[in-house]
Design a protein around this ligand. Structure first.
Ligand code: CP
Length: 294
């Protein structure tokens, strides 16, 4: 049985196989499970992109999607996450996609389940399908990761994509740079890449990946106003003019417009933000194919 929980669990060969499958799906390739399959998407935190693109991916692969609403389920009677997933397994569901606010929520589930789990995001932990779609978008643009300068800018400490993206990009041969508020940065992140000021980053990076300020994970109120954050750490229109000719802008979204990125730049020529969202469907088809093929 094959779960999909973090990219750290996968070898570079396995990651490249997933990217190849995503590429095939993006070009119209088809794959269907050998027999009827059922999926359930359990989202305990809000989501627009991840939930909808998993649903589209499941439907494109001919997988039946079982509706699930937390407030109409027996979770409201105190049933645990484990018993909920075990129940879906018992009624015949073949794969569960779960987003949960608890870091590593899957650790207490995986040993006693027979169906594969896909991590749709765990607290401040990991968001492996987002990381994979980020990799796919970068590969689509540049063809390779070797010696590419990739900057990860913003709320690194609370982001569930920043550190796992940095780790896997380094494994793939990219040079990773971090930027953003120093209070949201830890020296342990230096293992994956160096810290640079934003004005230096925009001039050297081939990929400028901005992160959303995760207000819901901040226990203290952010010290800066939105305008101050934008001027100090964001992609202003002035900074964009100093970016390299063929460099691109990425963001996992949702974007706080005029905070991480100037409103006008969210859909500019360099931006791949909506391409990332589009690629999310192909990558999630590849992930579902992998876990259902084992
Ligand atoms: N990027 C991302 O995970 O978006 P959602 O929260 O809308 O799924």
């Amino acid at each position: 049985m094959s779960n999909f929980l973090t990219l750290n669990d996968l070898t570079i060969i396995e990651i490249k196989e997933l990217l190849q499958d995503a590429n095939q799906f993006s070009k119209g390739a088809q794959w269907f499970p050998a027999e009827k399959r059922y999926a359930v998407n359990l989202f305990f935190e809000p989501s627009t992109r991840t939930k909808s693109s998993f649903e589209i991916a499941e439907r494109k692969l001919g997988i039946e999607v079982i509706p699930f609403e937390i407030d109409k389920s027996s979770l409201t009677k105190g049933e645990s996450l484990y018993d909920t997933v075990k129940t879906f397994e018992a009624v015949g569901v073949d794969v569960a996609v779960i987003r949960h606010d608890q870091d590593g929520f899957y650790q207490e589930l995986v040993d006693n389940l027979e169906i594969p789990l896909i991590n749709g995001g765990d607290g401040c932990g990991h968001h492996p399908s987002q990381s994979l779609l980020d990799l796919f978008t970068i590969e689509q643009e540049f063809g390779s990761f070797e010696n590419l300068n990739v900057a990860i800018v913003g709320d690194i400490m609370h982001s569930r994509v920043a550190r796992s993206n940095a780790e896997v990009l380094k494994r793939l041969g990219a040079n990773v740079m971090f930027s953003g508020p120093k209070e949201w940065f830890r020296t342990s992140y230096l293992q994956a890449g160096e810290y640079l000021e934003i004005d230096e980053v925009v001039e050297h990076a081939d990929v400028c990946m901005f992160l959303r300020i995760q207000h819901e994970r901040h226990h203290e109120t952010a010290a800066l106003s939105k305008e101050e954050y934008h001027q100090r750490y964001g992609l202003t229109e002035e900074r964009e003019k100093r970016m390299k000719k063929d460099s691109i802008i990425m963001h996992p979204a949702p974007v706080n417009r005029n905070v991480e990125i100037a409103d006008k730049l969210v859909e500019c020529k360099r931006s791949r933000i909506f391409q990332q969202i589009k690629n999310g469907v192909f990558v999630r088809m590849a992930i579902l194919k992998r876990v259902l093929s084992h």
